[in-house]
Design a protein around this ligand. Structure first.
Ligand SMILES: [Zn+2]
Length: 132
């Protein structure tokens, strides 16, 4: 499998999830155009609205480390859940061309694949703002 290392990075990141309330542990790993892997996991707060998904943690880490071109994001969770709406929006803005690999942590050898564009077609982006 060509994405073995990326899938393992998402599974490893999931181990670092801080989700004491939902116990829904999620890991994400982004592959940059330069073949670097940046991973993240979800972090929850007792004030639930402050929690952040694994996809956004990985994306924010990558962006603030200076990475801006992404080819793939891999997301690992129990059941292989797809990204929430908030994460789809940010991925559409910052990783619009990326493929998405969804990993069920109980059966990581049978990933599902999709794309950011398939998850959020006709997305709202900075391109929609009028020219200043
Ligand atoms: Zn999310």
């Amino acid at each position: 499998m060509p994405y073995t290392k990326l899938i393992q990075a998402a599974l490893d990141a999931r181990e670092q999830s801080v989700a004491p309330y939902s116990r829904f542990n999620v890991g994400a790993a982004l592959l940059t155009a330069g073949k670097e892997i940046i991973s993240g996991a979800n972090v929850e707060s007792a004030s639930y609205g402050l929690s952040c998904c694994a996809e956004r943690v990985a994306l924010f880490k990558a962006l603030t480390d200076g990475h801006h071109n992404f080819t793939t994001i891999t997301i690992a969770s129990s059941g292989g859940a797809a990204p929430c709406g908030a994460c789809r929006q940010l991925l559409a803005e910052y990783a619009p061309e990326a493929g998405v690999i969804l990993i069920n942590s109980e059966s990581p050898d049978t990933p599902e694949t999709t794309t950011v564009n398939e998850l959020l077609p006709n997305s709202f982006t900075g391109e929609d703002f009028p020219e200043p």
